[in-house]
Design a protein around this ligand. Structure first.
Ligand SMILES: NC(=O)c1ccc[n+]([C@@H]2O[C@H](COP(=O)([O-])OP(=O)(O)OC[C@H]3O[C@@H](n4cnc5c(N)ncnc54)[C@H](OP(=O)(O)O)[C@@H]3O)[C@@H](O)[C@H]2O)c1
Length: 234
C-alpha cells in the first residue's frame, strides 16, 4: 500500500488532493480542523495551530502502521491572517498563521522522516506559494511562512538525500483563500484589486485541475530533483 498524509484536507486544494489520491492501493489520511463528509479517506480533526499534539498523533500512528511500499507527506494546510499590514494585525492571528504554515510542517516532517525510515520510497511535498519568492505588502507573515517552507525543504533535502523533497508553488487556485484575499478591505490591503482582477479575468485554476497536475508531478521519477519548484513550470 502507498501511504499519503495530506494536511488541510477539508476543502480547497487539500480536499481535491485527497479525493484524487483515494484510489485502490493507496491509504490516505487527511488532517484538518473539520472533516469533509464527501471524502472517503480517513480524516483526523486536529488543530495544526497546536503542532506538538498533532505531530505526536502522527508519530504514534506511524509506529503502529508500518510496511508501506511508499509514504508521502503533503504539507498543504495554511492559514492566512486577515490581510493587512503587520503593524495592524492581531497577535494571535499572526501566531496561528506561523504555527499552521511553518511550525506544523516542520514538526510533521520531523516525525515522518524518523518513523518511515524503512519505507523504500518516501516523499515530502510542501505546498508553497509564489509569495514565498516574491514579497507582497499586506501578507508579511504568509510570505515568511512560504519562504520558510522553501528553505526548510532545501535544508531537509541535504539531510535526507534518499527522500524526495519539494517545495511547490501551486499557481493561483479558486479556493476560500482567494475569496479571503479579494474580500479584504482595500484600505487595509493594497493588493485587493489585483486579486479581484485575477478572478474577474478568469485566471484562477480549479482545485481539481491543480490537484491533478500535482498528483502527476508527485509520481514523476525525477520528483525531488528540483527542490524549489513551481507547478506552472514543472
Ligand atoms: N489558493 C491559492 O491561490 C493559493 C496560491 C498559492 C499557494 N496556495 C497554497 O495552497 C495550499 C492550499 O490552499 P487553499 O487555497 O486550498 O486554502 P484554503 O481553501 O484556505 O484551505 C486551507 C486548508 O487548511 C486547513 N487549515 C487551516 N487552518 C488549519 C488549522 N489550524 N489546523 C488544521 N488545518 C487547518 C483548512 O481546514 P480547516 O479550516 O477545516 O481546519 C483547509 O482544509 C496552502 O498551502 C496555500 O498557501 C494557495
Amino acid at each position: 500500500m502507498h501511504l499519503y498524509i495530506v494536511t488541510g484536507s477539508s476543502r480547497g486544494l487539500g480536499a481535491a488532493l485527497v479525493q484524487q489520491l483515494s484510489a485502490p492501493g493507496n491509504a490516505v489520511v487527511g488532517i484538518a480542523r473539520k472533516s469533509n463528509p464527501a471524502l472517503k479517506a480517513e480524516q483526523w480533526t486536529l488543530n495544526l495551530a497546536e503542532p506538538i499534539p498533532a505531530a505526536e498523533r502522527l508519530q504514534a500512528w506511524l509506529r503502529a502502521n508500518t510496511a508501506w511500499q511508499s509514504a508521502t507527506l503533503i504539507n498543504n494546510a495554511a492559514l492566512l491572517s486577515e490581510p493587512g499590514l503587520l503593524a495592524a494585525s492581531p497577535l494571535d492571528d499572526l501566531s496561528a498563521a506561523l504555527r499552521v504554515g511553518l511550525e506544523a510542517p516542520t514538526l510533521l516532517s520531523r516525525v515522518f522522516l524518523a518513523e518511515t525510515a524503512g519505507v523504500p520510497t518516501r516523499r515530502i511535498l510542501n505546498i508553497s506559494s509564489g509569495l514565498g519568492r516574491r514579497a507582497m505588502a499586506g501578507s508579511a507573515a504568509y510570505c515568511a511562512v512560504k519562504a520558510g517552507l522553501d528553505h526548510l525543504s532545501r535544508a531537509l533535502a541535504l539531510e535526507a538525500p534518499d527522500v524526495g523533497i519539494v517545495s511547490l508553488a501551486p499557481g493561483v487556485i479558486d479556493t476560500d483563500m482567494q475569496v479571503q484575499l479579494r474580500g479584504a478591505d482595500p484600505a487595509r490591503f493594497p493588493e485587493q484589486a489585483r486579486f479581484q482582477g485575477l478572478k474577474d479575468q478568469g485566471q484562477l485554476q480549479t482545485a481539481a485541475a491543480t490537484a491533478a497536475a500535482i498528483v502527476q508531478f508527485l509520481l514523476r521519477s525525477d520528483f525531488g530533483k528540483t527542490v524549489v519548484a513551481d507547478i506552472r513550470e514543472a
